[in-house]
Design a protein around this ligand. Structure first.
Ligand SMILES: Nc1ncnc2c1ncn2[C@@H]1O[C@H](COP(=O)(O)OP(=O)(O)OP(=O)(O)O)[C@@H](O)[C@H]1O
Ligand SMILES: [Mg+2]
Length: 392
C-alpha cells in the first residue's frame, strides 16, 4: 500500500485546519466564545506557534454559529488600496450571491455578471455604498486609497447592521499597520482612523493576531496609544505533553506506524513544546521510516529525523543567526550562552547585556521564564546555536 506523505501527516509551513491541530481545543473555544460575545481580542505570540491556525479555527466556529466572518492577513497585503479591496471583498463574501459573483470576477479578472448578477451588485451598492465596486474592479481603489480604505473599514459594521448579524473580523499580522516602512500610510494617522471607525462598530468583534509581541503591546497596551485597551491581549497556552504524545501517536497511526516509548519521549523532548519544531522533527522522522521501509518508529529514526530537520532548516536557521547578530553586537554571544544554559551576562557590562537581551527579546526568539531565566523558544534554533562553531 502506498504510504502517507510525511508533509501531509506533519505539515510545517502553513496554518493547519482545526482537525490537524494537536491540543489547542481550550484556546479555540475561549477565543471563539469571547469574540462571539462581542469582545475584542489580540492574540500575540512568537512565530510558528499556531496563532493563525487557532484564530482561523475560532473563526470557523463563529461562522458555524451563524456569525458573519471576515479574515485578512496583512503579510499578504501590500498597500492601502489593496487593504481596502481585500476588506470589502472579505466582508461582502458573507452574502452568498455576492460571494458567487465575486468569485467569478476574481477568476476572470473583471466583473462578469449576467443581468441578474448585475442587479444584485447594483442593489448592494445602493444599500452599502457605491464604493463597494472596488471589490469587483481591480485597480479602482488605487485612485483614492484613503477614501476607499475609510469606506472599507466601516463596511463590516454596515453590512452586519443591515443583515441583523454580528460579524467577527480577524486581522492577522496586525503589527504591520505600525511597520516603519508605512505600507498603508502613516501609522499614527492610520491607527487613529481605524480605532475611530472600529469603535463605532458595535456589531463587529475584532480578533487581531501578530508575531511581533512588543509592537502589539505598544499598540494595545497603553491607554495613550491608538488601540489602547481596545482589545484584551491573550497568549496561547502551552500544549500539554500528554496532548503531544497522543496527537503524535494518532498522526503516525494514519500511516499504520507504531512508535516506541523511548522514541516518543525523545520526539516530545526534542520538540520542546514548540509546535512547528515538533512537527518538523516528526515529519523528518516519518520520512526516515519510509526510506528504510519501516512502520515502527524507534529512537534511532528520531535521531536521524532530528539531523534531517536541522539540515532542511539550515538556510532559515542561518538567516535567523544573522538576524540575531543584527539585533545587537553582543546578541549572538548571549543567545549562544542561553542556548548552552550558561549565565548570559558573564563578563559583560550590565547595560550591554540588558540592551542585547532587549534586542533579542524583540526578535521574538527568546522568552523569559523567570527572573534572569531565559530560553530560546525554538529548540531547533537552540540546538543550531549550541552547535555553531564560533571559530569557523
Ligand atoms: N496545535 C498544533 N499542532 C500541531 N502543529 C502545530 C500546531 N500549531 C502550530 N503547528 C505547527 O506550526 C506551523 C505554523 O502554524 P501557524 O501558521 O498557525 O502558526 P503562526 O503562529 O500563525 O505562525 P506565523 O508566525 O508564521 O504566522 C504549522 O504548519 C504546524 O507545523
Ligand atoms: Mg500566522
Amino acid at each position: 500500500m502506498a504510504r502517507a506523505q510525511s508533509a501531509d501527516l506533519f505539515p510545517t509551513d502553513l496554518p493547519l485546519p482545526a482537525r490537524l491541530l494537536i491540543g489547542r481545543g481550550d484556546d479555540i473555544r475561549e477565543i471563539a466564545t469571547t469574540v462571539m460575545a462581542g469582545a475584542n481580542l489580540v492574540v500575540a505570540g512568537p512565530r510558528r506557534t499556531g496563532k493563525t491556525s487557532v484564530c482561523e479555527a475560532a473563526l470557523a466556529r463563529a461562522k458555524k454559529g451563524g456569525f458573519y466572518v471576515a479574515a485578512l492577513d496583512l503579510f499578504r497585503i501590500a498597500n492601502a488600496a489593496q487593504l481596502a479591496e481585500a476588506l470589502v471583498a472579505a466582508t461582502i463574501a458573507n452574502r452568498p450571491r455576492l460571494h458567487r459573483i465575486l468569485h467569478r470576477a476574481r477568476e476572470a479578472g473583471r466583473l462578469v455578471a449576467d443581468a441578474a448578477g448585475t442587479t444584485v451588485v447594483l442593489k448592494a451598492q445602493d444599500e452599502l455604498g457605491d464604493e463597494l465596486e472596488i471589490a469587483f474592479k481591480p485597480g479602482l481603489a488605487e485612485r483614492d486609497p484613503e477614501r476607499y480604505l475609510d469606506y472599507a473599514l466601516g463596511l463590516p459594521q454596515r453590512i452586519a447592521a443591515r443583515d441583523g448579524k454580528h460579524l467577527v473580523l480577524f486581522i492577522d499580522e496586525f503589527q504591520e499597520v505600525a511597520n516603519p516602512r508605512k505600507p498603508y500610510g502613516d501609522p499614527d494617522a492610520l491607527t487613529k482612523r481605524m480605532r475611530a471607525i472600529f469603535q463605532r462598530s458595535p456589531d463587529v468583534s475584532f480578533l487581531f493576531a501578530g508575531s511581533y509581541e512588543h509592537i502589539l503591546r505598544d499598540l494595545f497596551g497603553q491607554a495613550r496609544q491608538a488601540f489602547g485597551h481596545f482589545g484584551a491581549m491573550v497568549e496561547l497556552r502551552p500544549i500539554a505533553e500528554t496532548a503531544w504524545r497522543s496527537g503524535l501517536l494518532d498522526r503516525f497511526a494514519v500511516d499504520s506506524c507504531t512508535v516506541g516509548d523511548e522514541a516518543l519521549d525523545r520526539l516530545v523532548a526534542l520538540g520542546g513544546g514548540h509546535p512547528r519544531a515538533t512537527m518538523l522533527v516528526a515529519q523528518k522522522t516519518h520520512l526516515q521510516a519510509i526510506l528504510v521501509g519501516s512502520h515502527h518508529i524507534d529512537a534511532t529514526l528520531v535521531e536521524q529525523g532530528l539531523r534531517s530537520a536541522l539540515l532542511g532548516d539550515r538556510a532559515t536557521l542561518e538567516q535567523t543567526v544573522e538576524q540575531i547578530r543584527l539585533a545587537h553586537r553582543h546578541a549572538l554571544l548571549i543567545a549562544r550562552r542561553i542556548a548552552l544554559r550558561e549565565s548570559p551576562y558573564r563578563d559583560l557590562k550590565s547595560v550591554d547585556a540588558f540592551r542585547a537581551l532587549k534586542g533579542l527579546q524583540q526578535t521574538g526568539l527568546i522568552v523569559q521564564d523567570g527572573p534572569r531565566r531565559w530560553r530560546i523558544l525554538d529548540p531547533l534554533l537552540a540546538r543550531f546555536l549550541r552547535e555553531l562553531e564560533p571559530f569557523g
